[in-house]
Design a protein around this ligand. Structure first.
Ligand code: NAD
Length: 350
């Protein structure tokens, strides 16, 4: 039986990873999640239906508690995803980002080392700490070129700077202590169960509620979209065959401008939920995000060559499925829209 700790498993990517790990019916998956505004209890309720799934509500910054949980679970792998994740919120309030993303990552590394350092040689060799980070640590690309594992760190936002700090800590736990850490830097994820502050679910839900679709600046910023299930598969491969101390860049190979994404969502909704005029009419151009990176794009040839990973989802079909998921799962998002976040503009403070 394989045993996993997943931090942030009640969030978007963490829950997709839990579903993948639990597809092995023998697996034990223990989620550590504090249940911030970004976590959804409905996600947890659905995961709890699986034998082998457990949730511990705790803060990753509590190192003693983390060490206690890890000693009890005795995981083969710790997947570390818990983080504050929204760039706009990091502009309004950077403190939580430094606390959770930097101090919290330190805490998970230290708690894992506490467990790993007393394992016998064979178990210590097999243990993996998979640190989940972002391509945003590399800053912004111009119209040409790609990020890869050797790209210089150049973060623009408090969010990406805090993730960059966490990456440096993770790398140093490998170099200094020899703990088997693998780092993933991935591009923008999309798919089911994403909190509706992020571009794709925000646009879907605003459109369904006939609210304006706010596009930052001129909408020409480019992101490389990765389906969350493809990302989860990449993370599991890193745990199985990734080389300790190595970094893998993961991208979907699906570059789109923000405006193209919004128009595509409108096109699908025009077919699924027709209204009198096209949804495109709801688009409203608003002040740009301060420090808005122009373009992210990933060269995924390392993970493709070494771990034989490539994205399985076609972006157009994946986006349609995502829209259908939100249409079919109003009980998942309605309470969030009513109680947590109604779609108001965030992150305009300079
Ligand atoms: P999310 O915001 O959907 O979920 C984060 C989860 O972490 C939530 O369930 C929250 O309750 C939990 N959490 C936050 N602070 C915590 C704390 N102090 N203690 C315990 N739990 C805490 O995030 P996501 O989009 O699933 O991202 C997961 C990871 O992937 C993050 O590390 C993020 O930086 C990284 N990442 C995300 C993307 C993306 O497109 N979503 C892209 C690249 C990298």
């Amino acid at each position: 039986m394989k045993s996993y700790v997943v931090t942030g498993g009640a969030g978007f990517i963490g829950s997709a990873l839990c579903y993948l790990l639990l597809s092995d019916t023998d697996a034990e998956v223990v989620v550590i999640d504090r249940m911030t505004y970004a976590a959804n209890p409905v996600t947890l309720d659905r995961l709890k239906a699986h034998k082998g799934f457990r949730h511990v509500q705790a803060d990753i910054c509590d190192t003693a508690k983390m060490a206690e949980i890890i000693r009890l679970v005795q995981p083969d792998v710790v997947f570390h995803l818990a983080a504050e994740t929204h760039v706009d919120r990091s502009i309004d309030g950077p403190a939580a980002f430094v606390t959770t993303n930097v101090v919290g990552t330190y805490s998970m590394l230290e708690a894992s080392r506490d467990y790993w350092s007393v394992l016998d040689a064979e178990a210590a060799d097999k243990f993996r700490f998979i640190h989940i980070s972002t391509d945003e640590v590399f800053g912004s690309l111009g119209p040409e070129g790609y990020f890869n594992e050797t790209t210089r760190y150049d973060p623009s936002s408090p969010y990406s700077a805090s993730k960059a700090g966490s990456d440096h800590l993770a790398r140093s736990w490998y170099r200094t202590y020899g703990m088997p850490v693998v780092i993933s830097n991935c591009s923008n994820n999309y798919g089911p169960r994403q909190f509706p502050e992020k571009l794709i679910p925000l646009m879907i839900l605003n459109a369904l509620e006939e609210k304006p679709l706010p596009v930052y600046g001129t909408g020409t910023n480019v992101r490389d979209w990765l389906h969350v299930e493809d990302h989860a598969r990449a993370l599991r491969l890193m745990a199985e065959r990734g080389v300790p101390g190595e970094v893998y860049c993961v991208g979907g190979g699906a570059e789109r401008t923000n405006l193209e994404i919004v128009h595509e969502i409108c096109r699908v909704l025009d077919a699924r939920r027709p209204r009198n005029t096209p949804y495109k009419d709801l688009v409203e151009f608003v002040t740009d995000r301060p420090g808005h990176d122009f373009r992210y794009a990933i060269d995924a040839s390392k993970i493709n060559g070494q771990l034989n990973w490539s994205p399985a989802h076609d972006f157009t079909a994946g986006l349609e499925e995502t829209i259908d998921w939100y249409l079919a799962n109003e009980n998942w998002w309605r309470p969030l829209r009513e109680k947590q976040y109604r779609g108001e503009r965030l992150g305009t403070r300079v």
